[in-house]
Design a protein around this ligand. Sequence first.
Ligand code: SF4
Length: 457
Amino acid sequence: MLTHILFCELWGNWDSDKLHRMKRVFIETYGCQMNVYDTELIKSILGAAHYDVVTSEHQADVVMLNTCSVRENANRKVHLRIQELRRNRPQHSIAIGVLGCMATNFKTALLEDPQLGIDFIAGPDSYKQLPQLIENAWQGGSDRFDVTLSEFETYSDIEPTRDSAVNAWVAIMRGCNNFCTFCVVPYTRGRERSRTIESVSDEVKRLVDQGFKQVTLLGQNVNSYRSDAHDFTDLMDAVSQIDGLERVRFTSPHPKDFPNRLLSLMAERETICKQIHLPLQAGNSRVLSKMNRTYTKEEFLSLVERIRSLIPKVALSTDIIVGFPTETHDEFLDTLDVVQQVQFDSAYIFKYSERPNTVAARRFPDDVSEADKTARIVQLNECQRNISLSKNKACIGSNERVLIEALSTKKSELDCQGRTDSNRIVILPLQADVTLGQMRQVRIVDATPNVLKGEWV
Ligand code: SF4
């Protein structure tokens, strides 16, 4: 009710012309790759409903924040951003919508917060309703919120409006059934559901026809893919044989679903990149059990051994959380030990932060001090940095096939940037004959922990 009153007060000032041309939408995306992909879907849905997607909030009548609930930081950023948008509203009247995981996770709290004054809300399975929700918000109606989770929605009938022309993300499944205790995704994105092999393959064929060289198959839990009698290996087999496709990657898998059949296919099929993102989360078996990760330290290490025995040159990256509730210093040393034993090529390391509505938030007090979390992340980052540096230095002198992804870098207009099969970024001097999407042979001449430097062969 309060939100409704605020909405009418703010929008009551709009003249009818302004309301009539309310067709320009600006979308800001937070969080994971699935959110980036969803924004591409939303652009298509709104485009079909004759909305213009603009590149600045200053041109927009509607601003949508596609939000993430996975980390505290992302939450805080979104709250600050909504307040900023609201402060600017007297000069520039806009409707504000919240989409994504925060929408599902905090629906009531978002609506009842007078500081926010949000006009409409859509959860990850409700994006096809967005034109109607915006319209309802425009009319001042009460039906402006939809966070219903679906058992069937995969958006397989929507072709995303892609920003990149080199790599296309293709969502093959949505949702997650794993219920890791620190994670809110099963509650905000619902149960697992997969697209058919035909639907994914047809999309990849269309992408190849459009000139894409690489696709990355995307899912919250990508190797749990199931469609009728088909599993993820069947899907990879079909996609990796599509004519004209140079590379296929996937992210993110769960360590529990790596049959030898999948690993052997990865080893033998040239188009499948020899790279696996393998989230560890913690290296101590008691902590892993408390996280509900369903594997022990020893099982994770033996999986790595099995992967390397079948794909000897595989590059491995990982995600790690330090300071999970009750994690002792000795248990943290187990994580350090796994990192030292596995020698990941790269790692994303985070401090644990309590996420509302997760099992961990309900049952495990966040009892590791901030100082201990900081000490652990510093130690682990330092260790991983040294490993990444030595692994990257080992590439010096080798020749690599690099897919050109950008014709400049953050630091220089005189350089361009590409990626190796192992997902390493390579910086190269820009030349006149270099174009986006080219596959080029380069020699690696230098390395830092994060990037390689190359020269043209
Ligand atoms: S596998 Fe675990 S961490 Fe990944 S989305 Fe599912 S619940 Fe979250």
